[in-house]
Design a protein around this ligand. Structure first.
Ligand SMILES: Cc1cc2nc3c(=O)[nH]c(=O)nc-3n(C[C@H](O)[C@H](O)[C@H](O)COP(=O)(O)OP(=O)(O)OC[C@H]3O[C@@H](n4cnc5c(N)ncnc54)[C@H](O)[C@@H]3O)c2cc1C
Length: 397
């Protein structure tokens, strides 16, 4: 067994998954997470393709399915409450191997699977990094210092590790021209279907019924601003962005308690020619963020974690970090190209293009429209599946 040590920054999807695989290969793993608890931002994501295979190899498919949500009936309304489109999303997606789950539930499943094999320090972040050929000296925000064989930055698309070891965000982040916000709704909110969307030119509000867990809201709007507003400013920003929308949208935002935590950030892709520098390597959104324009971010964080750990298990030299990138990046590049195209079509700019799109969707036979959605989701999963996850079982055993 190797006694090499790894520090992971970020207890998100990629960080927790990497900890599982690396601790099984004999690495001593420490994770630092800046949040005081594992974050719960009330948004859902879908695990599919390579992500499902990784969860399967970790023996976590049962837990994933148990925590999973079914979002069967989808209803799209315009701002006057007229139906634009209605369909059974669950029936459509049942044809694909995927699972919809709250991000926080997925993180909790991964966390529990660690069984204390990694040392998780909440409320802590990296303050500084300095590396030489043999290791990385790290100072933490809690005053502690340590030396590690490797540091993995799995701290999201605004990664601190990336900033410290590679350079400022502006060098790597590409804005997709949209913002997103998500939060939990008040208990007692009613929805007529599992998912109700209120679509408008340049903005959309979506409400998801999550059984006993409650209802979450997700807003997406066009904006080139590169800001992550402070928690205190988010409610007012949302109110300003959705002024004049349907009353159920504006009322829901107005009635949000000031203490309600709101996720809000720009939609960005991260493009980097090198994912590692010496003994510091990036994982998941920190290295190659896709954003929600793709629906593959979580699966790619899981696949990347497994791939990186496989390479470090086979050879603990820094060359392993380059092999990890070589395996991952062709599929990621194709997904990013696809995501940029999808983002440009997602929210029509003008009232005219919005009405035109709705008219075309209304005029198309429903089966044709649904086949188009299915084909598109299948193509995306297929691209993500190109990541080579070889010999999974051998290492999981
Ligand atoms: C609204 C929304 C909807 C989405 N929908 C989908 C979807 O349908 N399908 C999909 O696959 N993906 C979706 N995604 C993307 C998906 O959530 C991410 O791609 C995935 O979580 C990436 O995993 P990660 O480990 O790289 O980062 P994350 O899971 O974001 O984890 C990063 C962790 O690092 C922590 N952190 C940040 N900074 C520091 C620091 N300085 N020090 C220590 N810790 C730090 C954070 O608190 C967090 O816990 C969505 C994202 C959003 C925002």
């Amino acid at each position: 067994m190797s006694s090499k040590s790894i520090l992971i920054s970020g207890a998100g999807i990629g960080g927790l998954c990497a900890a599982w695989w690396l601790s099984r290969s004999g690495y001593a793993v420490t994770i630092v997470e800046q949040a005081a608890t594992l974050r719960d931002e009330g948004y859902m994501l879908s695990v599919s393709g390579a992500g499902m295979r990784v969860m399967g190899e970790m023996g976590l498919l049962v837990q994933l399915r148990q925590a999973g949500l079914s979002m069967d009936r989808h209803l799209y309304l315009d701002v006057r409450g007229n139906t634009i489109m209605q369909f059974n999303h669950g029936k459509l997606m049942a044809q694909l191997d995927h699972q919809t789950v709250l991000r926080n539930d997925l993180a909790n499943i991964l966390h529990q699977s660690l069984n204390d094999t990694a040392n998780l320090q909440l409320g802590t972040r990296i303050s500084s990094l300095q590396q030489d050929e043999q290791g990385v000296d790290v100072r933490l925000s809690n005053g502690q210092a340590g030396r590690f064989d490797y540091v993995i930055g799995a701290d999201g698309f605004r990664s601190t590790t990336r900033r410290l070891a590679f350079g400022p965000d502006t060098e790597f982040c590409q804005h997709l021209g949209m913002h997103a916000a998500a939060y939990w709704m008040d208990a007692g909110t009613q929805l007529e279907e599992d998912m109700v969307a209120i679509a408008e030119p340049r903005r959309m509000s979506m409400y998801y019924r999550l059984g006993s867990k409650g209802i979450t809201a997700l807003h997406i709007w066009k904006s080139d601003l590169d800001t992550a507003a402070t928690q205190e400013a988010r409610k007012d920003q949302l109110l300003a962005q959705f002024a004049g929308s349907h009353a159920r949208v504006t009322d829901a935002i107005t009635n949000l308690p000031a203490t309600r935590s709101i996720y809000m950030d720009a939609l960005m892709q991260v493009h980097m020619s090198e994912w590692s520098r010496g003994r510091v390597v990036l994982l998941g959104d920190a290295a190659h963020c896709l954003s929600l324009a793709n629906g593959q971010g979580a699966s790619m964080a899981l696949a990347g974690a497994c791939c990186l750990a496989q390479e470090l298990a086979a050879d603990s030299s820094p060359a392993a970090l380059q092999r990890y990138q070589q395996r991952m990046s062709p599929g990621l590049h194709a997904l990013q190209v696809r995501g940029r195209k999808a983002a440009s079509l997602y929210l029509p700019d003008s009232a005219w293009s919005f009405r035109m799109r709705n008219w075309i969707m209304g005029a198309m036979p429903k089966s044709m429209l649904l086949n188009y959605f299915l084909k598109s989701a299948r193509e995306e999963i297929h691209l993500a599946d190109h990541i080579q996850l070889r010999q999974l079982s051998k290492q999981a055993a």
